[in-house]
Design a protein around this ligand. Structure first.
Ligand code: SAM
Ligand code: DTB
Ligand code: SF4
Length: 343
């Protein structure tokens, strides 16, 4: 049986000197992943705004007056055009989000067609459509959906202050349904909601203690959207972001960790540290669902500076020598591989 994390253990990670935590995280990261490889996804909102839920951070809730352009469900052709472009630009996965409480059964043929067509282009697919019934989840899985994104966002106790139109248990139920269909689970959270460190601890424990840790963990930093109740929230300290990425890596060594919303407000050095200690996935392209993401050129330039490449090598493909070749026989670190090049 897998070992469970308890509150005191995780608190220790939050209280320890930062470099101790970062060293541990990077060591673990190098054990399971190629430290110079980043997974690249593109995100598209397929239905925007007028969401009946009241998530206090969200530009798309019908409860708040925000400046977003509301959009009905997109035509399949429009989605496929966007997916094709994402593939051409090097994305490995195409993620689609709809501002729904849940899909209707009558939407299923539409969703299934999109999944099949995007997969035919040679990309993985991910959707985030709200709560799912078992029947709907099975249909999506059968159509070939690779990942379903459904975030826990924060701790159970703090969740009630962020969303009142659904419960944490509803979220856990949907996650359970997704897991049982065999689809891969993408589930993470947001920092900057006004949560305490104890909420961050409980949230990470909740994720890591699911029957199986999510294969993909998005860590979002609040994007303060004008018109939402969180528009004036306190800024998140970037060292907190780096620490949380590191702790997520330590607790869930084999999951992909996506440095998700909020990258636009992070400088290159912050992002570099996040990548160094375990973040190995990003959204690529200048827009998330309704808010801005770094321009592609900026990401390419950062990847170049850091020597990062994506799995399919469309982005920043270059031949570099393995550092081990250079340091071989030099005994810089005795009996240890200095550089764990991707296995
Ligand atoms: N409507 C679906 C749902 O809630 O399951 C999926 C879309 S929702 C936009 C996906 C996630 O994006 C949220 O759970 C939250 O973690 C993140 N998110 C939404 N608005 C955000 C914001 N303003 N800043 C940072 N993250 C945000
Ligand atoms: C996730 O955790 N982050 C993405 C994805 N899952 C769907 C969404 C980020 C949204 C940021 C706010 C916006 O652009 O509206
Ligand atoms: Fe709706 Fe999702 Fe936004 Fe919540 S986070 S208001 S469910 S779109």
């Amino acid at each position: 049986m897998k070992k469970k994390w308890d509150f005191e253990q995780v608190k220790l990670l939050f209280d320890s000197p930062l470099f101790d935590v970062l060293f541990l995280a990077q060591t673990i990261h190098r054990k399971y992943f190629n430290p110079n490889e980043i997974q690249i996804s593109t995100l598209l909102s397929i239905k925007t705004g007028l969401c009946p839920e009241d998530c206090k951070y969200c530009s798309q809730s019908s409860r708040y007056k925000t400046n977003i352009k509301k959009e009905k469900l997109l035509e399949i052709e429009t989605i496929l055009k966007s997916a094709k472009r994402a593939k051409e630009l090097g994305s490995e996965r195409f993620c689609m989000g709809a501002a729904w409480k849940n899909p209707k059964d009558r939407d299923m043929p539409y969703l299934e067609k999109i999944i099949k067509e995007v997969k035919n282009m040679g990309m993985e697919t991910c959707m985030t459509l709200g709560t799912l019934s078992r029947y709907q989840a099975e249909r999506l899985a059968q159509a070939g959906l690779d990942f379903y994104n459904h975030n826990l966002d924060t701790s159970e106790s703090f969740y009630k202050e962020i969303v009142t139109t659904r419960s944490y248990q509803d979220r856990l139920n949907t996650l359970n349904i997704i897991r049982n269909t065999g689809m891969k689970v993408c589930s993470g959270g947001i920092i900057g909601l006004g949560e305490q460190t104890s909420d961050r601890i409980k949230f990470l424990i909740q994720l890591s203690n699911l029957s199986q840790a999510p294969e993909s963990i998005p860590i979002n930093t609040l994007v303060k959207v004008k018109g939402t109740p969180m528009e004036n929230n306190k800024d998140v300290d970037m060292f907190d972001v780096i620490r949380i990425i590191a702790i997520t890596r330590i607790m869930m060594p084999k999951s992909y960790i996506r440095l998700s919303a909020g990258r636009k407000n992070m400088n290159e050095q912050t992002q570099a540290m996040c990548f160094m200690v375990g973040a190995n996935s990003i959204f690529y392209g200048c827009k998330l669902l309704t808010t801005a993401n770094p321009e592609r050129e900026n990401d390419l330039s950062l990847f170049k500076k850091l020597g990062l490449h994506s799995k399919n090598h469309c982005i920043n493909a270059h031949n570099h020598r393995n550092i081990n070749d250079i340091f071989k026989n030099k005994n810089i670190i005795e009996n240890q591989q200095y550089y764990n090049a991707g296995k």
